[in-house]
Ligand binder design. Structure first.
Ligand code: SAH
Length: 277
């Protein structure tokens, strides 16, 4: 068994332990703060990048909370085995349903059973691709339980039994779910009020209105012979807004025809229109 002390990493809002229930009580956090519970064989991977910058500051302030549930202590026997050979043969190992099930039972303690309020998610390349709409939906709930896979993944039965939603970070295969978990949590907690400080910035950025964001510039005005587009220095707010929208549309049309078609359908516009952007 690993130590049972809270691994505070200097932060009040993280608990990592084989007995999350007990530790939660000596883990101060703002009551009702959005909480991510992460089942993982590598709790030391957290908070990772989530402990930095704005998400880290918000974590310190208790605006959201992180709780890791170490899968290892739920393992079987002296060696705390968590995996076994795939039924039917083949390479690799599979995380056992009974072991993962015990960790999920532990995670369910103190969380609402309503999946709309508290989704239970398995990170998986087979899942629905994660997007901004999912981040928004999750940020509106009370929290989230994330199951990080390793090896060849987890026994299918545990996913069915617990009614687990499978979500993918993208069409590639990672070694484990931990990096994906951090990416998903980052995208979600930055939408929680006060985490970013400047709420307006989430309203204008990529995907929020179905378009990619316009290009950004800052000083110096001239760099390596390249000037900042003049309109941005004009102080003319309406013209700047027009330019930004035009650029956002052009970039979206060029780079993401799928988003562009969806945007045009919503706005009742012809995606093939030849208007000068
Ligand atoms: N055999 C599996 C891949 C296992 S990769 C398959 O072919 O589908 C090991 C673990 O990494 C997975 O259980 C999952 O939790 C995580 N993982 C890998 N790629 C991922 C992705 N694109 N998105 C989210 N999680 C991923």
């Amino acid at each position: 068994m690993t130590d049972e002390k809270p691994k505070s990493h200097g932060r009040l809002s993280i608990s990592a332990s084989v007995k999350p229930r007990e530790l939660m009580s000596d883990t101060p956090r703002i009551k009702g703060a959005w909480t991510a519970k992460i089942i993982t064989l590598f709790p030391e991977a957290f908070p990772g990048t989530l402990g930095l910058s704005l998400t880290g500051k918000a974590l310190d302030m208790g605006l959201w909370a992180l709780e890791t549930i170490d899968l290892r202590p739920f393992g079987d026997g002296r060696h705390k085995n968590v995996d076994d050979n795939p039924s039917g043969g083949g390479a690799g190992m599979v995380l056992r349903a009974d072991i993962v099930g015990k960790a999920l039972d532990e995670a369910a303690i103190g969380t609402p059973p309503d999946r709309a309020k508290w989704p239970v998610v398995y990170l998986s390349p087979r899942g629905k691709p994660f997007d901004q709409a999912t981040a928004r939906r999750w940020a509106e709930g009370d929290g989230l339980t994330l199951l990080c896979g390793r090896f060849e993944g987890v026994d299918e039965r545990v996913l069915q039994h617990f009614g687990i939603e499978e979500v993918s970070l993208g069409d590639f295969v990672l070694t484990g779910g931990e990096i994906a978990a951090q990416a998903l949590i980052d995208a979600t907690v930055r939408l929680i009020p006060r985490v970013l400080g400047n709420q307006a910035s989430t309203e204008e950025e990529s995907f929020s209105d179905g378009l990619l964001e316009h290009p950004q510039y800052t000083r110096p005005t001239l760099w390596e012979g390249r000037a900042i587009p003049e309109v941005l220095l004009s102080g003319h707010h309406a013209k700047i807004a027009d330019w930004r929208r035009g650029m956002a549309e052009r970039l979206t049309k060029e780079r993401r025809p799928d988003l562009w078609r969806a945007y045009c359908a919503k706005a009742g516009r012809d995606p093939d229109e030849d208007r000068e952007l």
